[in-house]
Design a protein around this ligand. Structure first.
Ligand code: NAD
Ligand code: DAU
Length: 345
């Protein structure tokens, strides 16, 4: 078992990275976290509030900046009483498909070049590297077919976003095979939970209702996503980081398949709205039909089990979080909706 003492969490001010930093602070108080985050539109420093100051180092910067990344390995190690960085968990990315369709450039830069910079640092310093990726690298499945994605599904990404994530996965495998970087990869399905940007499906619909805007459903809402609580994703990452086999890929999912229209109807019902109180808007060009994860490998090899498998309960907790944190999302709402309006979404 690998026992990290100081993890560099890239993109730790974003949705999943921040949840992971909180997860570490709650569950592994012996581990120090350094977050590097560029604080793009998707990142907020305050997402890390509440983590004890002596367990967190925050660096505001870009993962594409090789000089800055290199400096972390001396600077962080010199903080008194803190062990040198011995692992990188790489979340930082441009993460939203609709944005990638408007302008792919930042996706190629951060997701591809940024991953390259971090892999080079891991190679120079002999650092354990865990890469956070997505099930979208496998393209999509047909509605209603029994098949799910497995670790041996072929790569077939559909969007500029998923193509850039596929490229990053290939870089990680190449740096493992060619240079011996001690790397693992996880490809997870759609996460939900606190700190998710209001551009994403579930937070957008919840905050629309809270703001008096009608929810927006792409097309007929028949596309299926495989939802997992961000807490369960975090526990899977920890297991792979500490007990995963080097060079291996693990798929992470919790058997949470729902069509978009079913998710929207659940949100409407739970927020006391009529079932038809939403608008149909333009579908996503090239939009994937269905994702579904077969998580047999991580369950049998590493004994991972999801704990938060009651999706209705998870939605209630998420609705409660957005209702209680208006100050967190209100500043982003108008600009996000305006961008969608211009795309007919
Ligand atoms: P997010 O958009 O909420 O957060 C991304 C974070 O990365 C932000 O804090 C942003 O400021 C930071 N960032 C962006 N560019 C950067 C750069 N050049 N340098 C430093 N920091 C930068 O994304 P998320 O939903 O938390 O996704 C995190 C990771 O998980 C991504 O790699 C994504 O591909 C992957 N993933 C996400 C999901 C999901 O459902 N959200 C599912 C599977 C995998
Ligand atoms: O599968 C993992 C992926 O999940 C991650 O790699 C991505 O980073 C993450 O953004 C997410 O991608 P999706 O494209 O599946 O998520 P999104 O929330 O953008 O959309 C989910 C579905 O909901 C999709 O079919 C489009 C639809 N949708 C989306 C929005 C924003 C709507 O119907 N209405 C909306 O307003």
């Amino acid at each position: 078992e690998f026992r990290p003492r100081h993890i560099l969490v890239t993109g730790g001010a974003g949705f999943i990275g921040a949840n992971f930093a909180h997860w570490i602070a709650r569950n592994r108080p012996d581990v120090h976290v350094t977050v590097i985050d560029a604080l793009t539109y998707a990142g907020k420093r305050e997402n890390l509030d509440g983590i004890p100051e002596d367990r967190l180092t925050f660096v505001h910067g870009d993962i594409c900046d090789a000089v800055l990344v290199e400096s972390l390995f001396s600077r962080a190690g010199s903080r008194s009483g803190v062990a040198p960085i011995d692992a990188i968990v790489h979340f930082a990315a441009e993460s939203h498909n609709d944005n990638s369709i408007l302008d792919a450039a930042p996706f190629l830069r951060t997701n591809v070049d940024g991953t390259y910079v971090l892999l080079e640092a891991a190679r120079r310093h002999g650092i354990r590297f865990h890469h956070i990726s997505t099930d979208e690298v496998y393209g999509d499945l047909e509605l209603g077919e029994p098949r799910k994605f497995t670790e041996s599904s072929p790569y077939k990404p559909s969007s500029p976003y998923s193509a850039s994530k596929a490229a990053s996965d290939h870089l990680v495998r190449a740096w493992h095979r060619t240079y011996g970087v001690r790397a693992t990869i996880s490809n997870c399905s759609n996460n939900y939970g606190p700190y998710q940007h209001v551009e994403k499906f579930i937070p957008r619909q919840i905050t629309n209702i809270l703001a008096g805007i009608r929810p927006k459903l792409y097309g007929q809402g028949l596309a299926v996503r495989d939802w997992i609580s961000v807490e369960d994703h975090c526990s899977a990452i920890w297991l792979i980081l500490t007990r995963g086999r080097i060079g291996e890929t693990y798929l992470v999912g919790a058997d949470g398949e729902y069509s978009n229209i079913d998710v929207l109807r659940m949100i409407l019902a739970r927020m006391g709205q009529p079932a038809d109180a939403f608008d149909h808007v333009n579908d996503r060009p090239g939009g994937d039909k269905r994702y579904a994860i077969d998580a047999t490998k991580i369950m049998t090899e590493l004994g991972w089990r999801p704990r938060y498998t009651d999706f209705a309960e998870g939605l209630d907790a998420t609705i409660a979080w957005y209702a209680a944190h208006r100050d967190w999302w209100e500043p982003d709402k108008a600009a996000t909706e305006e961008k969608y309006r211009l795309q007919g979404h």
